[in-house]
Design a protein around this ligand. Structure first.
Ligand code: SF4
Ligand code: SF4
Length: 214
């Protein structure tokens, strides 16, 4: 789903929640009927054994969910909207981001299962379901370009130190004692190229980054 449309559909669930809440203040019975927008009673409690329009509505939502992951939760669930409100009072911002998130790296933006990460890199905590996938990526030394760079630097340092100590001890083949180790070969760097992130995950982000590395 395009980001613009996705962002415009987000408020729907808050509107539904506020409407249900308002109606419940005047008529609890009507609010209970309208709460049937949640298909769980039809699908789970009554196992589709009820009037056809309830079944059709539940099947429609299930069908939408086949093409858009968690369609109902993302755009329609009034309970999710209600729970997002106390979520704003959180004390810690424990979902970590790098300066590079969003510009140039878009991997987490593409891989978040509910689209809670903006193209600019920051996370919308109201939409986040705390699956922690972006935090796995944040530390992944084969997928996150920032961690890949740190790992490659570490490996280069370790390789250089290893060759240096070997030369000093005079036991490295082909090196006389005190001779400096050779610089890294071009082929070494070429061998590492496939470990760089896939090109489609790294590219100029559509906006400026807004959060700093924690
Ligand atoms: S993969 Fe790393 S740099 Fe890229 S968006 Fe995720 S945490 Fe940020
Ligand atoms: S924790 Fe999961 S849902 Fe939340 S922003 Fe990260 S990937 Fe998205």
């Amino acid at each position: 789903m395009p980001w613009g449309l996705h962002e415009r559909l987000w408020p729907l669930k808050y509107i539904i929640f506020l409407a249900l809440f308002g109606i419940s203040l005047t008529s609890l019975a009507l609010a209970e009927q309208l709460a049937e927008i949640e298909p769980f009673k039809t699908a789970i409690v009554l196992r589709f054994m009820r009037d056809w329009w309830f079944v059709a509505f539940a099947l429609l939502l299930i069908g939408a969910g086949l093409f858009i992951e968690r369609f109902f939760c993302r755009y329609l669930c009034p309970l999710g909207a209600a729970l997002a409100i106390p979520g704003r009072l959180r004390m810690f911002d424990w979902l970590k981001r790098y300066r590079e998130c969003g510009s140039p790296c878009l991997r987490c933006y593409h891989e978040c299962p509910v689209g809670a990460i903006h193209p600019e890199g920051h996370i919308n905590p109201n939409e986040c379901i705390s699956c922690l996938h972006c935090q796995v990526l944040y530390r992944h030394d084969r997928k996150c370009p920032v961690v890949i760079q740190k790992r490659l630097k570490r490996e280069r340092r370790a390789g250089t130190a290893g060759r240096g100590s070997g030369a000093g001890a005079g036991d490295a083949p082909g090196l006389a004692g005190g001779e400096l180790p050779p610089p890294p070969r071009l082929s070494d760097r070429q061998e590492r190229t496939p470990e760089q992130p896939a090109p489609e995950t790294v590219g100029p982000g559509p906006g400026r980054r807004t959060q700093k590395e924690h």
